[in-house]
Design a protein around this ligand. Sequence first.
Ligand code: SAH
Length: 471
Amino acid sequence: MDFLPIFLDIRARDCLVVGGGAVAARKAALLRRAGGKVTVIAPELCAELATAVDAGELAVCARNFVAADVAGFRLVVAATDDAAINHEVAAAADAASVPVNVVDDPARCTFIFPSIVDRSPLLVAVSTSGAAPVLARSLRARLETLIPAGYGRLAEFLRRMRPEVKTKLAVGARRRFYEDLLEGSIPELVMSGREDDAAAALQRDLQAAVDESTHSSRIGQVSLIGAGPGDPDLLTFRALRLMQRADVVLYDRLVSSSILDLVRRDATRIYVGKKRDYHTVRQEEINELLVSLAREGKHVVRLKGGDPFIFGRGGEEIATLAAHGIAFQVVPGITAANGCAAYAGIPLTHRDHAHSVLFVAGHLRNGTVDIDWPALVRPAQTVVIYMGLSALELICQELIRHGARADMPVALIEQGTRPSQRVLIDTLQNLPTRVTGSEVHAPTLLIIGEVVGLHRQLAWFRGGRDEWAQD
Ligand code: SAH
C-alpha cells in the first residue's frame, strides 16, 4: 500500500488553503463540507471564493504565503498555479508535521484526496495512489450507480438504533443480527421512508435475537463452497456472499490467495491443505474440525478449489455433517476442466469432434493408475485428466497401447485461469518428453482429444500466456 486510507474528523478544526483560484475554491468547499474551519491565503480571490468570504464561510488573509503560516493548522492544501509557491507550502507544512496536499503534484503530498461517493454518513473513498486518477473517477462513477441513494438514510437509521442493539446483544450475536437485518426487509422500509415500520420490525427482530442468545444452544452451519480454478472473477455470487459472512474458513492449497482475500477480514483462516505425497491434515481431522467449529455456533466456510463434488471429497465432508445433524449447504464452483478449457480456447464438446467428455482422476497409487483405459480411447470423445502430472508418461503410453492415435493432440494447462496460466499443446507421443524438459508448476490439467486442435482458432486469452504452444 502506498497510502494509509483513513477518514479524518476536521469538524471545527482549522484548515489552510493556499491559493485564490478555482481549484483552491473547490478544495475549500470540500473541506467546508466536512465541517472544517477554512482559512484561505492569497493576494487575490476568484469570484467564488470572494462570495464565500462575504458570506462568512471562510476566513481570508489577502497576501502572499509565508512559511510561518502553517502553524496551528490541522491540514494544509497548496492550490496555487505557481509550482514554486506550492513547493514552499509543502516544505513548510512537512517541516511542521502538518499533513499537506499539493494539487496535481503527488510527489509533494503527504496526503491525497480520494474520489468519493457521498451518502453521508456513508462514505466510499477510491484512490489509485495518484497512479491513474481517471481510473479512480470511473470506478467512483460505477459505485455511484451501484449504491442506492437511500443508503445514507439507512446508515443514519442504524446509527440511531446502535446503542440499544449494543446493550442487548453480545459481539457475535450482534454481527449476525446486523447481517440478517441487511438481508431482510428493513433496509427497503427505511429507504422508502417508512422508518417507523422499520423501527418496529427491528424491535421484533432484536427481541427474537435476544431470546435466541439467552437460550443459547445455537448451532452453526457449514458452507461447502467451490472456489473455482483460481480467477476470483469465477466465484459465484452466493460463494462471495457466504465468504463475507464467515466466522472461520478452512481452505486448501488450490484456493488462490486472491480468492482468500475476499473472505471476511476478521474470519479465522485455517489451512488444511494436502500435498500429493503427504497429508498435512488428514481428511477425518478436517471432517471432525468442521463438526466441532459448527458446534461452537460458528458459520464455517469450507473453501475448495474448483467444484466441491468433483475430485474434492466434498461428499465425505457433508456425510459427516449430516451424521451429526449440522446444517450445511453446498455451493457449486467452476471445475478446473471448465475453467481451463474456456481460458485455453478448447471446447470440451463439439458437433464435429466430441460428443461426450470424461473427467478422470489420473493420480498414481502404488506406482500405477486405476483407470478403465478402453473407455478412454473411444472415438468422438474428450478426456480431461485431473491430477495426472506425475503419471503423465504412463497415461500417454497406456492410451496409445489401447488404441489412441499417437498424434492425438493433448493440452497440458498449468495454473489454469490464473495470471500465470500456461498452455502446452503437443501429441500423446511427444508430450512426456516436452514436459520433462520444462519446468512445470502445479496444478496442471490434461485435455486429450480432437477438440484440442481448435485452440489456435479459439484462444482469446493468449497475451504471453501460452508461450509453450509453439506447434
Ligand atoms: N475439485 C477440483 C479438483 C480437485 S483435484 C475441481 O473441481 O477443479 C486437484 C486437481 O485439479 C489438480 O491436480 C489439477 O489437475 C486440477 N486443477 C485444479 N485447479 C486447477 C487449475 N487452476 N489449473 C489446472 N488444473 C487445476
